[in-house]
Write a protein that binds this ligand. Structure first.
Ligand code: RB5
Length: 142
């Protein structure tokens, strides 16, 4: 999902994912000129994941920041705003993030795709990270 700041990058990410053979659900926006308030798109995608309909989410706005703030309001969802492939990898390995948030006004498309690959090809490392992620979940209940 994306807002109007990120349509071109969203379409590039989608094309990349399809080329790799992933099944993709595109939450839009779909065309230039369309406007979108990023919290609404973040909520749609985060709730879709929370309800078990997909394995991973990618949200793109101008900076990735607004999307991540909004998506993290959905209980049970961890969204990570990243600006490089290492952070995207760690977001999976250490934080078990469900959603990668990218900034179309921050990242070039080639860098963004390396981050998408890092995010999708990494798994939660478990171990000492389980307790830390559980502590985050507990915060949602207080
Ligand atoms: C839209 O202009 C912009 O505010 C949005 O894409 C995003 O960067 C917010 O975090």
């Amino acid at each position: 999902g994306c807002d109007h700041a990120a349509l071109t990058l969203k379409d590039a990410v989608k094309a990349h994912l399809l080329e790799l053979g992933h099944e993709v659900k595109d939450f839009g926006i779909y065309q230039a000129g369309e406007k979108c308030d990023y919290p609404e798109k973040a909520a749609e995608v985060a709730r879709y994941l929370r309800d078990g309909n997909a394995e991973r989410g990618i949200l793109i706005c101008g900076t990735g920041v607004g999307m991540s703030i909004a998506a993290n309001k959905v209980k049970g969802i961890r969204a990570a705003c990243c600006e490089n492939a290492f952070s995207a990898q760690m977001a999976r390995e250490h934080n078990d993030a469900h959603i990668l948030c990218l900034g179309a006004r921050v990242l070039g498309p080639a860098v963004a795709l390396t981050m998408v690959d890092a995010f999708l090809n990494s798994s939660f490392a478990g171990g000492r990270h389980c307790n830390r992620v559980n502590l985050i979940s507990e915060m949602e209940c207080k």
